[in-house]
Design a protein around this ligand. Structure first.
Ligand SMILES: NC(=O)c1ccc[n+]([C@@H]2O[C@H](COP(=O)([O-])OP(=O)(O)OC[C@H]3O[C@@H](n4cnc5c(N)ncnc54)[C@H](OP(=O)(O)O)[C@@H]3O)[C@@H](O)[C@H]2O)c1
Length: 200
């Protein structure tokens, strides 16, 4: 698949490296393709390229958002319509409206896009190491669109996570709040910690 990743920071770079390692074509959408951050992401991501946000989504099968939450509205200015396209939101909101998820923001910004929330509930360092963990970590995926959810879960599985269906788009906010739990646990267990589901 051709995957456009909006943002080449910690999460964008990690997700890109993980997806490229399992054979996906990665193109980063960035403000400055020549920045040190973008160069570092490209160096860690086999075969990837970087271009403007608008050019990155051209021909992409999947568009993943890994920007600061408050940068998404500026990044979508000038994008072609993503109606009917699969969009994965890996962002978290730590300020702004506490009741509103970044995925709801994207739903407003990108009418009729097929949205899923994923890759936001674990520290970025773990995106490239999921396949070698002692205990596999869950990757929670929420969304109302079955195609977007299936693709996000498939990508999560390909890079080594156990994909877990976390319900509808309304659960995007609870998934963002999970990061507060992850951050609290990381203080005692380190940033390699991940969540796993136990059932009886
Ligand atoms: N860090 C984590 O472990 C983690 C884990 C899960 C989810 N998240 C979430 O993932 C998202 C990215 O986090 P990160 O740690 O990857 O952050 P980061 O390393 O600071 O990267 C942020 C990205 O957003 C871009 N950006 C910032 N301001 C912008 C603007 N005004 N317009 C356009 N682009 C802008 C940056 O581009 P420039 O290089 O041009 O500034 C960069 O590509 C956040 O929503 C965060 O909450 C983070």
């Amino acid at each position: 698949m051709r995957v456009a990743i909006m943002g080449a920071g910690n999460v964008g770079g990690g997700l890109g490296a993980a997806l490229a390692a399992v054979g996906h074509e990665v193109v980063f959408g960035v403000r400055d393709p020549g920045s040190e951050k973008t160069k570092a992401a490209l160096a860690a991501c086999s075969g990837a390229t970087a271009t403007s946000f608008a050019k990155a989504v051209d021909g992409a099968d999947v568009v993943a958002f890994a920007l600061r939450w408050d940068a998404a509205s500026a990044a979508v200015v000038g994008l072609p319509s993503l109606a009917g396209r699969i969009v994965i939101d890996a962002m978290n909101r730590f300020d702004g409206d506490p009741a509103r998820s970044t995925t709801q923001d994207l739903a407003d910004l990108l009418p009729d896009a097929k949205l899923a929330k994923a890759f936001n509930t674990i520290g970025f360092e773990n995106l490239t190491t999921a396949r070698t963990r002692l205990v596999p970590a869950a990757m929670f995926v929420a969304g109302d669109d079955p195609d977007a959810k299936r693709v996000a879960m498939d990508l999560a599985a390909q890079i080594g996570f156990v994909p877990e269906d976390a319900g509808g788009l309304a659960n995007a906010k609870p998934l963002e709040l999970m990061v507060r739990v992850w951050l609290a646990l990381a203080q005692t267990h380190g940033r390699g910690i991940g969540f796993a589901i136990s059932v009886n």
